[in-house]
Ligand binder design. Structure first.
Ligand code: FES
Length: 326
């Protein structure tokens, strides 16, 4: 689907460092429909591509709502949005994309949002409530003043929300081991937030059944030291990638990624982080064994070898050819 031209029709301060952006079709009319959990990739004039989740009710077709945390330590996308975008501006984005799909007929659903991670979770709340499903939200933030969409969350979830305000001290926040000790049969958990929270949740839900816990990362959960250690322990070698539907075989040199070579050869692949955590560059894989280096796929998905994040993952061993469904 072609890129969208979106007119900014409202900007509001939700907290001291989170702004809400309302976007409508620049030429009027309906926007492409989206499912809860979806995001759009803004193509910023400074060359950055940044993914932001849609927070509004998926049944609305006349607008998208997203919220952006000003991240002074990030790569500049959020600061550019905060500092430059005004009501009336027209931004270019991808159509809605989905890396965090919601299973709508689960027996019950638990949602966990950390800070700005509330954006896709709020859209999930709208959808599950509209379907009359059993749902409960745990929403973690520093304080009520730092809790984006507080009134809207209360309106959507009613009594099915617990706010956890830790005052900046995680030890005073949500007791993950207690909250996630039990998992009523058929319950699915969706988690969106910063890497530290996600890592802690991963430990707390290690006993939940495979496939019932779903994560969306807003940044790499790895520290700079972990990234450096992984790079030092990983050997890169040349390998081949066959694009089955195009009938093309590409050679990926040791110092380039699959994504680099595909773009150079004119194959359009969506991407954003280029570090293996945002999920944008996933491509279905037909055969071959990959060295999955990303933070997106689950262990089961990595073992299945039916998809690959082409910005970071490579062939598992020299001589291994990866055949992609593209
Ligand atoms: S571009 Fe983000 S995971 Fe590949």
């Amino acid at each position: 689907m072609a890129d969208l031209e979106l007119k900014v029709t409202d900007i509001r301060d939700l907290t001291a460092n989170i702004k809400m952006y309302e976007l409508r079709a620049a030429k009027g009319g309906d926007l492409p429909a989206f499912d809860a959990g979806a995001h759009i990739d803004f193509k910023l004039p400074n060359g950055l591509i940044r993914s932001y989740s849609l927070a509004n009710d998926p049944k609305e077709r006349d607008r998208y709502v997203t919220a952006i945390l000003r991240d002074a330590k990030g790569q500049g996308g959020s600061m550019w949005m905060h500092d430059n975008v005004k009501v009336g501006d027209v931004l270019v984005s991808s159509p809605p994309l989905q890396n965090f799909p919601l299973i709508e007929d689960a027996a019950s659903t638990v949602l966990l949002a950390g800070g700005i991670g509330i954006t896709p979770i709020l859209a999930m709340g709208y959808r599950l409530k509209a379907l009359g499903r059993k749902v409960h939200l745990h929403y973690c933030a520093r304080s009520p003043e730092d809790t984006a969409f507080m009134d809207e969350v209360k309106r959507v979830f009613g009594s099915d929300v617990t706010f956890h305000h830790d005052g900046g001290d995680p030890s005073k926040g949500i007791k993950l081991a207690e909250v996630f000790k039990d998992y009523p049969a058929g319950t699915h958990l969706y988690v969106c937030g910063p890497g530290g929270l996600l890592n802690a949740v991963r430990q707390a839900v290690g006993h939940w059944p495979e496939g019932t816990v779903h994560f969306e990362l807003f940044a790499s959960a790895k520290t700079a030291e972990q990234v450096a250690a992984a790079a030092a322990s990983q050997e890169n070698f040349e390998f081949e990638v066959e694009l089955a539907r195009s009938g093309v075989t590409l050679t990926i040199p040791a110092d380039r990624t699959i994504l680099d070579v595909m773009i150079e050869e004119g194959f359009g692949v969506p991407y954003a982080c280029e570090e293996g955590w945002c999920g944008a560059c996933v491509i279905p894989m037909i055969s071959g064994k990959a060295d999955h280096r990303d933070e997106v796929l689950t262990d089961a998905e990595k073992a299945a070898n039916t998809k690959i994040q082409v910005c970071i993952s490579r062939a598992a061993v020299p001589g291994e050819k990866l055949v992609l469904d593209m």
